[in-house]
Design a protein around this ligand. Structure first.
Ligand code: ADP
Length: 615
């Protein structure tokens, strides 16, 4: 079930249903075997209820007719009372059992829904990073989320469909058996009626599935405006820049698109509704006429007539039910299948299994060129650079020069299109991804902190180990956040943000950046990468970081992206990115003296700014 395959050839309904049901049964069996037992109880109780509806009224009517005809009154009266008592008992027992099963299934459904949500979240976190920036994958995630929740009803929603299918099949066989004995000619009328109704429903379902596929993208964008942009995260920006006006406008456009899709679906479906209603009316008329005729002829008793009327209705209901259940099940499975497509989304990057050797590491970029997936232009072209173990490299360049992309390639968030990146002489594609990622402590410009405690945010860098409190304190001290941290209401245990805890704290931009730096330091990886780590810091805090830079990264290899060139003095080498490649490379002293050099010009411009600002 590869995605590319999925794009080329749309899988059929039967295939999707089989795959989804396999998954549903496996998951329910693994997580909650009791649901099968509960459905079994429900089936017994429901069949018992049907027995009451079909057979007991016939027996009762025949006894009443016998009494009114004056035949052996006492015996018939006794029988009639017995059938009434049996009817009441059957009703009571079946209702109680069905209620017990339904209420238990309702809470088991909540648990099973959580399991699916967890799998979705796990896949989203584990999939290759480049997928998370790909709109096609984001659309697929939206389809998966909606497909496995309210569109399909989750595991219980689909098991419920199977249950009703089993129940209706049992009911159909019961009704057919009765007709074979009492009224066989009714069967073809019922079957033709069912055929027409099923066909109409099938066409309606196809229309609904097509609408669902179109809604994936619209709903994602609609959700972005109404949930993401309207969330507290954007609180300040939406207020100060009249975001609500923008949200109103945009969400109206996408809201209108959704309504239009639903409207088209309703218009295309209406003729199939008329078709099935007509088939239904004709079926009733022909069946009742025929059975009434047989009763008047004396072939059927009044009790038989009552039973046949009920059986005709139950047979049609069961046949219709089977058709609907199959449609409902295949429809639900076609929605839920989007969840399986997402879970099976293929890796974007090849995964090697070579282990990283211990000790020092040398990084080499060899003729590396790269363009983002679906992009036309190369972002990096012919990058050649060697970073020795323990070296501190500063990367500078204008916005959009490709500095962050260079880091993404090094961290293997993307793979190069041409050339190779070598670590210790081995192409990084050959390393085991899990081990490879452990080489790096990175603070990206757009880092994210979590609504956990400050301590947990710092220790996340080594989430697999026990939290080392001393190391957390040391990392906070190094980044300069410790003094602020101990003043928080609950010290290092204070939660960040207010998502879970109304007493949670909102750190300033600079404090958040220091937390991210502490997280990178705590991780204690051999290569430290800081992508504009001081952008949100005030000049004093920035100076503090530079001053402590050697202590911060120690003897580790460090790559440091910054717009403030004064920071470059603290580094051994500088690489200047421009026009998609490394235009200049050398020490600060070499580059600053280079005539008409990019670095020399940038440095002079910034120095001038500081002189002007000071005067
Ligand atoms: P820098 O860090 O030097 O500011 P980046 O590496 O972030 O530059 O970006 C380099 C170029 O790549 C820019 O033109 C940017 O628009 C483009 N780019 C960055 N990320 C993506 C992405 N995920 N998909 C497509 N293009 C991207």
């Amino acid at each position: 079930m590869q995605n590319s395959e999925n794009k080329e050839k749309k899988p059929g309904l039967i295939f999707m249903t089989r795959q989804v049901m396999k998954y549903v049964f496996k998951t329910a069996w693994r997580e909650k075997k009791i649901v099968f037992f509960l459905y079994f109880i429900k089936l017994i109780a429901d069949i018992f209820g049907e027995f009451k509806l079909l057979l007991l009224p016939k027996l009762l009517v025949d006894e009443i007719v016998a009494i009114s005809n004056g035949a052996g009154t006492e015996e018939h009266l006794r029988n009639a009372v017995l059938y009434v008592v049996l009817t009441a008992a059957a009703e009571l027992i079946s209702r109680v059992l069905v209620n017990i099963a339904d209420s238990s299934l309702a809470y088991e459904a909540v648990y099973l829904d959580r399991v699916l949500t967890f799998e979705l979240a796990e896949k989203s976190m584990e999939m290759d990073f480049q997928h998370t920036e790909d709109p096609e994958v984001l659309d697929q995630r939206k389809r998966a989320e909606e497909g496995i929740s309210w569109y399909s009803g989750g595991v219980i929603g689909m098991l419920r469909c199977c249950y009703y299918l089993t129940y209706n099949i049992a009911l159909m066989f019961t009704a057919i058996t009765l007709f074979i004995f009492y009224c066989p000619l009714i069967l073809p009328v019922q079957i033709i009626g069912m055929g027409i109704v099923t066909y109409c429903n099938f066409r309606k379902q196809r229309i609904a599935t097509e609408a669902f596929m179109k809604l994936g993208k619209v709903n994602r964008i609609f959700g972005y405006y109404l949930f993401e942009v309207a969330s507290q995260k954007y609180g300040k920006d939406t207020r100060l820049y009249d975001g609500s006006g923008l949200i109103d406008n945009r969400s109206k456009i996408f809201g209108d698109q959704s309504v239009q899709i639903f409207k088209e679906q309703a218009v295309s479906s209406v003729k199939f509704d008329y078709g099935s209603n007509l088939a239904n009316a004709l079926r009733d008329a022909i069946s009742y006429f025929y059975m009434g005729y047989k009763t008047l002829q004396g072939v059927l008793t009044l009790g038989d007539f009552t039973m046949c009327v009920s059986a005709a209705s139950r047979l049609f209901q069961s046949l219709l039910g089977i058709g609907r259940n199959i449609q409902d099940l295949t429809e639900k499975c076609s929605y839920a299948y989007q969840f399986l497509v997402y879970l099976d989304y293929p890796d974007a990057l090849s995964k090697g299994n070579t282990a990283i050797k211990k000790g020092e590491h040398e990084i080499v970029f060899e003729n590396v060129s790269f363009k983002y997936p679906r992009a036309e232009e190369y972002v990096l072209k012919n990058i050649n650079i060697k970073i020795k173990s323990g070296e501190h490299l500063s990367i500078v360049g204008l916005n959009g020069a490709g500095k962050t992309t260079f880091i993404k390639l090094l961290c293997r968030l993307y793979d190069v299109n041409e050339g190779r990146i070598l670590i210790d002489g081995v192409d990084i594609r050959e390393y085991s991804m899990e081990e490879y990622r452990k080489l790096f402590s990175v603070v990206f410009q757009d880092f994210r902190l979590f609504a956990f405690s400050l301590k947990d945010n710092v220790a996340m860098g080594r989430a697999d180990d026990e939290v080392d409190e001393t190391a957390v304190t040391d990392a906070l001290k190094l980044s300069g956040l410790y003094e602020d941290a101990v003043k928080l209401d609950e010290g290092l245990n204070t939660r960040l943000f207010k998502s879970f805890d109304e007493h949670g704290t909102e750190l300033s931009g600079g404090q958040q950046q220091k937390t991210a730096i502490s997280r990178a330091l705590y991780r204690n990886a051999p290569v430290v990468i800081l992508d504009e780590p001081t952008a949100a810091l005030d000049p004093l805090a920035e100076y503090e970081i530079y001053k402590k830079f050697d202590t911060l990264v120690g003897g580790k290899t460090a790559i440091y992206i910054s717009h403030r060139l004064s920071s470059c003095k603290f580094c051994d080498r500088i690489a200047v990115f421009s026009e998609n490649t490394i235009k200049e490379y050398g020490t600060h002293d070499e580059l600053v003296r280079r005539e008409n050099g990019i670095y020399a010009e940038m440095f002079a411009a910034q120095a001038q700014y500081y002189i002007d600002a000071a005067s």
